[in-house]
Design a binder for this molecule. Structure first.
Ligand SMILES: [Zn+2]
Length: 449
């Protein structure tokens, strides 16, 4: 029967909050029983934490389950390559292999999925694409590589499921994609926000105004936090003469867990009948109320091969109630989508500071032994310090090193002035696994959301 509703799953997307919680409880219990019985990784960790799925009497008992981290996943993967003891299904039943994009140079995370998993992966994209207005008459172009990175793969299948005509442009150049958009009467384009802008620039160089010359009325973005940043969105909507809808997923999940509906409430609905999205203090276990910055911790009911339960994402989000949108969905909303990575971005006097970028500059200096980034608020002014411990015997390098760091750090941060200071030998903390080289001592209440 044709779906005439504005919802992909009219029943589940409009459950009352109590009904949602009841559904989540049933699914959580089933998931945990499965994970405990089938995945040596989960069983081992839960035994050590004295957790057993029988303890899940309500959905709130989720708090008894130990967190799962990417670090643990990677360790388990290294322990018995290629997949480690995470798999809950023997690998011979898998039909697909995917990895994280590996942009940071780290060993990629590897995942396997079966047919049932892929059915679900497409279903989740169905919530998002249908919810943003895709219909069978749409012609959808994917500006996507179709490699081992999972990216838009699930969205491709969701479009087939909806009944759209799909143009997969795996190895095409930007110019040939622009040409296809015009020639084939494409109505919807899926890409990263950055690439959507790149296509628009390429089109302009070809003498094509996409807003005027194309039939595109929807651009679905994913893969970067920028999709919900108002300034970026405005720019893209004007450039394409189309509505821009944000989505976000993770390789660890295999698909999207949040999407922007066609009412565009300035954020993304959580698909709460398929995910539990906890919003906790960063790296801690305190629940963060609506409207405050939090780290997302996700439990996914979908993937059978690798159960994902209380997984710490490091994603910075601000959850607000579903009533902030008038579409009628009862899934809560992440205001502004995924706003960034907790360990990545800091805003200092209006400039974004990414600790990894600072680290890459500091680490260029061979004389540096250890360092720390320290943020303080002095009066009303935010200050950023880089405290440096020199390697023994390199003390005479300090003057040159200090001067060079001042210049390089400012150059990489729109001229932001860093205070570079020397720390006594052995005074800064050392880390084995998970380094925390950024210390933010600014009062939290003064962060502007
Ligand atoms: Zn909505």
């Amino acid at each position: 029967m044709a779906n005439r509703s504005e919802y992909w799953n009219p029943k589940n997307e409009t459950l009352t909050r109590d009904e949602l919680r009841a559904l989540q409880h049933i699914k959580l219990k089933r998931l945990c029983e499965w994970a405990y019985a089938k995945s040596a990784f989960h069983q081992r960790r839960w035994d050590a934490a004295k957790f057993h799925p029988d303890q899940l009497r309500t959905v709130d008992d989720l708090e008894r389950i130990p967190f799962m981290t990417r670090g643990e996943w990677m360790e388990a993967q290294a322990e018995a390559p290629p997949f480690g003891p995470l798999l809950a299904v023997p690998p011979e039943h898998a039909v697909r292999y995917h990895t994280t994009s590996g942009t940071t140079g780290r060993t990629p995370l590897r995942v396997l999925d079966g047919m049932k998993d892929w059915e679900w992966i497409a279903e989740m994209w169905g919530y998002g694409l249908w919810g943003f207005g895709l219909r069978p008459s749409d012609v959808v172009l994917f500006a996507f590589s179709y490699g081992t990175f999972i990216g838009f793969w699930g969205a491709h299948y969701a479009c087939e499921k909806i009944g759209c005509l799909v143009l997969s442009t795996g190895s095409a150049t930007t110019e040939s994609r622009v040409k296809s958009i015009i020639d084939m009467g494409v109505t919807t384009v899926c890409s990263t926000p950055t690439y959507a802008l790149r296509m628009w620039q390429a089109a302009a160089e070809m003498g094509i105004d996409l807003a005027r010359d194309s039939q595109v009325n929807k651009v679905i973005v994913s893969g970067e936090p920028a999709g919900s940043i108002p300034a970026v969105k405005r720019q893209l909507e004007a450039a394409w003469g189309a509505k821009v809808g944000d989505t976000a997923g993770m390789t660890e999940i295999g698909t999207i867990m949040i999407f922007e509906c066609s009412h565009q409430p300035g954020g993304t609905h959580i698909i709460e009948d398929n995910f539990i999205e906890e919003t906790l203090e960063y790296d801690g276990d305190r629940k963060v109320p609506y409207g405050e910055r939090a780290e997302r911790v996700v439990t996914s009911f979908g993937r059978g091969f690798i159960p994902l339960i209380r997984y710490r994402t490091n994603d910075l989000v601000v959850k607000i109630p579903h009533t902030a949108c008038d579409c009628g969905r009862t899934g809560d909303i992440y205001q502004g989508g995924i706003q960034g990575r907790w360990d990545d971005m800091k805003l200092v006097r209006g400039t974004n500071v990414y600790p990894r970028a600072v680290e890459s500059i500091v680490r260029e200096c061979a004389a540096v032994d250890e360092f720390q980034i320290l943020l303080t608020r002095e009066g009303v002014i935010d200050e950023i310090y880089v405290l440096i411990e020199l390697k023994p015997g390199r003390e005479d390098h300090w003057t040159d090193l200090c001067a060079r760091l001042h210049i390089d750090l400012a150059d990489a941060h729109e001229g932001l002035r860093f205070k570079v200071e020397q720390a006594p030998p052995g005074s800064l903390p050392r880390f084995e696994l998970k380094a925390k080289r950024l210390v933010d001592k600014r009062p939290v209440a003064e962060y502007q959301v």
